[in-house]
Design a protein. Structure first.
Length: 234
């Protein structure tokens, strides 16, 4: 089971990409209390994401690299012994730029590289969400390779640690994009729920369950067990 989050904060109560810290902690406690074991990406791949009554592996991921992942998600994760995987949109890190859906340049900013290094030292795992968050199947030639390969190299140069995992922006990919991810040296990649239902699962198309601000607790539980059954039996 791989869960996919974006933002954790208490101020965007109507934002689909934001889960409140209280709900986030409740969701993690629920999963851990139902036999899911928090693992690293390497452990997940080594086990091929297998699900069993004995070991239900859990990987908790975040897209884009918002600063509130440090402010509000990391304390919860550390308290519960969960290693986060954060996929950075590299061109936004440390720039002060924000996505157009937001307005506050402090609350809505992305991490800076000092914060990324700080989180890395606290065992957070960083992967790439590309340089600029494009629809990768629409990107051609060297530009595609730059989005995938250059983002990996920048993260590694900035953190001193390998960036082994990739997340397709918008969950959008094709065979050409997957091949570029493999050639760049990533050991695995994740897809969003919509794309996951349209492709055969493998280490370069690992399925995730998206968790959003409008998902009440009952909806969250329904999503989790629905995807658990799909992953286990189909």
């Amino acid at each position: 089971m791989i869960t996919a989050y974006h933002r954790i904060n208490p101020w965007h109560k109507e934002d689909a990409l934001t889960v409140s810290p209280g709900n986030f902690e409740r969701q993690l406690r629920y999963l851990l209390g139902r036999g899911f074991k928090a693992v690293t990406p390497d452990d997940f791949i080594a086990g091929c994401g297998r699900l069993s009554a004995v070991c239900r592996m859990l990987l908790t991921t975040f897209d884009d690299g918002y600063a509130d992942n440090l402010w509000h998600a990391l304390p919860v994760l550390k308290g519960l012994g969960v290693t986060p995987v954060i996929f950075l949109t590299v061109n936004y890190i440390g720039t002060g730029d924000i996505f157009r859906r937001y307005a506050d340049r402090e609350k809505d900013r992305f991490l800076n590289w000092r914060e990324v290094r700080e989180m890395s030292l606290k065992d957070a795992v960083f992967g790439s969400h590309s340089l600029s968050h494009p629809h990768l199947p629409r990107v051609e030639g060297a530009a595609l390779q730059n989005e995938i390969s250059d983002s990996k190299k920048i993260i590694e140069d900035r953190t001193g640690r390998e960036a082994s995992f990739f997340c397709y922006p918008y969950g959008d990919f094709d065979e050409r994009v997957i091949e570029a991810v493999k050639n760049a040296g990533y050991r695995g990649a994740v897809v969003t729920p919509g794309a996951a239902r349209r492709t055969v699962k493998g280490v370069y198309t690992m399925h995730r369950t998206g968790v959003y601000g409008h998902n009440g607790f009952n909806a969250f539980r329904t999503k989790i067990w629905k995807d658990y059954l799909i992953e286990r039996f189909f």
